[in-house]
Design a protein around this ligand. Structure first.
Ligand SMILES: Cc1ncc(COP(=O)(O)O)c(C=O)c1O
Length: 262
């Protein structure tokens, strides 16, 4: 493995120790051995500097080791690391959500705090099933929603991510409106075709559609920006089939496109 890479002795040793002590069920993209990061740069174990286009899987949108963020984390360490928030209350999470709410439309009035993207999707999935009391979910071809069982049942970007983990939860996949790859190459035809296939899937589960999960811009699937009419059409189909529309903005949100949400 990684035979084609000119790995330094130090990197090679860490990769070897990693393969002995860490689960091999986790696939990696590239044999970079991280040492530190600052702003838009990252350094490997041999102090080689890289301009970091990965940006912590696209989430370090205010830069690595941002001064204000580091200062706040250090300050919190003096107050403790775990306040058992699922059991008790604290002011900081309330203040945090109040601050985030200022960027959201008024009707989004409550938040559920979680630790990662996949945990957020699991929560949305459970909430959708609980509130609708329905079973099926539709996600899109090439989507990425995470790697735990619920989110992985939707994730469909690379076969290696699903290999050996099935059977999955009840999820159907519909085509995402990618005009460039659509046989027609035409925006309107692509949108109509994808929406009609989505509706076929919605109909096929016979009043049992809990939710449609969608990235408004697909990330892992190849940074695909669909036509606006596609998103509007998905909303209409959700309304028609009494299903929730779950908007996954793990990659597109928080001002990465200039707006808080796409
Ligand atoms: C759109 C999207 N949703 C969910 C996730 C999962 O996030 P996490 O890796 O924090 O579990 C990702 C991660 O890349 C993502 O791109």
């Amino acid at each position: 493995m990684y035979n084609n890479f000119n790995l330094s002795k130090k990197s090679f040793e860490i990769l070897k120790r990693d393969s002995i002590s860490l689960s091999r069920s986790m696939t990696r993209e590239y044999p970079l051995v991280y040492k530190k990061a600052k702003g838009a740069y990252i350094w490997d174990i041999d102090n080689k500097k890289y301009l970091d286009f990965c940006a912590g899987v696209a989430v370090m949108n205010i830069g690595h080791t941002n001064k204000e963020v580091v200062k706040s984390i250090k300050k919190q360490l003096d107050y403790g690391l775990h306040c058992a928030f699922p059991d008790f209350y604290a002011e900081l999470p309330v203040k945090y959500v109040e601050t985030v709410k200022a960027f959201l439309p008024k009707k989004f009035n409550q938040a559920f705090l979680s630790n990662s993207g996949t945990e957020t999707i699991e929560t949305a999935y459970k909430m959708a099933r609980w509130h609708t009391n329905k079973k099926w979910v539709i996600a899109f071809d090439h989507c990425f929603h995470g790697r735990t069982m619920g989110s992985l049942s939707m994730t469909n970007s690379k076969p290696v991510q699903r290999e050996r983990f099935g059977p999955f939860l009840p999820v159907k996949h519909a085509p995402y409106a990618y005009v460039y790859r659509h046989p027609s190459n035409d925006e309107k035809e692509c949108v109509n075709d994808c929406l009609s296939k989505l509706e076929q899937k919605a109909r096929s589960v016979k009043n049992n559609l809990a939710a449609v999960f969608i990235e408004p811009i697909q990330g892992e699937g190849g940074y695909i920006v669909p036509p606006k009419d596609f998103i509007k059409g998905v909303r209409e189909i959700c309304n028609k089939y009494n299903a929730l529309m779950c908007d996954d903005e793990v990659q597109s949100g928080c001002f990465r496109t200039g707006k808080f949400f796409v």
